[in-house]
Design a protein around this ligand. Structure first.
Ligand SMILES: [Zn+2]
Length: 351
């Protein structure tokens, strides 16, 4: 599905026709629909008879093949952990494997080698082969270099679509091989349209998620409203001496199966904390809350306990934590650190 706010980007992509470069890089924040657009483009390129608006027809032999997940000329390269997520609940074998061995959250060198050997064979159905790689930043230097070789000397008919929400973490040589497409957040009009059709939960989760509609929708469907409730309740009750205890509870919370199933992990939790504190700063400066409109009363009470300096300092510290906490060595320590910094804010007015 192509998100409504990506319609214009889609039209421009389709408009390139034969001038489409052999390597594209879609960049922009998570939750905008970059991956879905990459897959729609792949589908179009492989389809025997695309529709007038450029979309794959969904009926031809190539589309049937693709829809059954078996198109030999479509290569979706994603970390094993993401593939497992997509298959969740689909069979005993996958679950058993998952239980015995934690899947990699990185794209590993074997995947690029497999891709390389698959691409040395000519296309099966048509002359075209499409490779969707997401997230492109999830590769170590060796793997990235192997991919770079493919990009430098692409086998005939190949189109690479790389997707990244952190393009600065890509090798500059990979970036320069790709035509970059920056995906911006939807504007207010597009969001208003989306809100009118989304449920109440999705709208609340959109506010705290920083304006990424698809991420909010996914989270709402997976019970995100309950997660948000708990987050607010925990912070409402938190008194400074309870910070370490709450860190322990949050560790268990993040490790619970339900949280993983909802795609709710440390990065999301840190994001919520950042926006929570950002709202405190806004209130302290005499502004309005932006991310937690339903909690304005509680936030105002909390804001009266802090100072602008203390809260904005904490906000900057959370930014730092967010940058290094993608794959923390010790989840508990990150949570303790974050909550201790936060409770310091609550005593900041006296500083
Ligand atoms: Zn088709």
């Amino acid at each position: 599905m192509i998100a409504p706010w990506l319609g214009e980007t889609w039209t421009r992509l389709v408009g390139l026709g034969e001038r489409l470069p052999h390597a594209l890089l879609f960049v922009g924040p998570t939750g905008l629909g970059k991956r879905a657009l990459a897959e729609a483009l792949a589908a179009r390129l492989l389809c025997d008879a695309p529709a007038a608006d450029g979309r794959a027809c969904g009926h031809c032999a190539a589309c049937q093949w693709r829809l059954s997940g078996n198109h030999p000329d479509l290569h979706v390269v994603i970390p094993a952990a993401d593939a497992e997520e997509a298959d969740a609940g689909e069979g005993e074998a996958a679950r058993e494997q998952g239980a015995t061995k934690a899947k990699s959250s990185q794209i590993v060198i074997e995947q690029i080698r497999e891709l390389q050997s698959a691409l040395t064979v000519t296309g099966h159905h048509s002359a075209r082969r499409v490779i969707v790689l997401d997230p492109a930043e999830a590769m170590n230097a060796f793997t990235a270099n192997a991919l770079l070789k493919l990009l430098e000397e692409p086998p005939a008919g190949c189109v690479f679509v790389l997707v990244s929400s952190a393009p600065r973490r890509l090798l500059p040589t990979i970036r320069s091989r790709c035509q970059q497409w920056a995906f911006a957040r939807p504007d207010e009009a597009a969001l208003a349209h989306w809100r009118a059709h989304a449920g109440k939960d999705a709208a609340a989760l959109l506010a705290v998620g920083g304006g990424m509609p698809l991420a909010a929708e996914r989270l709402a469907e997976a019970g995100g409203a309950a997660l948000l409730d708990r987050f607010v309740r925990d912070l409402e009750r938190l008194e400074p001496p309870g910070a370490l205890r709450l860190a322990g509870q949050w560790e268990a919370w993040l490790k619970a199966k339900e949280s993983a199933a909802a795609g709710f992990g440390l990065p999301q939790l840190i994001g919520w904390m950042q926006r929570w504190v950002s709202d405190l700063v806004a209130l302290r400066l005499g502004g309005r809350v932006r991310f937690f409109p339903a909690q304005e009363g509680l936030l105002s009470a909390l804001a009266s306990r802090t100072s602008v300096a203390s809260a904005s300092n904490c906000y900057n510290e959370f930014n730092q934590i967010g940058r290094v906490a993608q794959h923390p060595l010790n989840l508990r320590l990150v949570l303790e650190d974050m909550l201790l910094r936060y409770v310091k804010v609550m005593t900041g007015a006296r500083e």
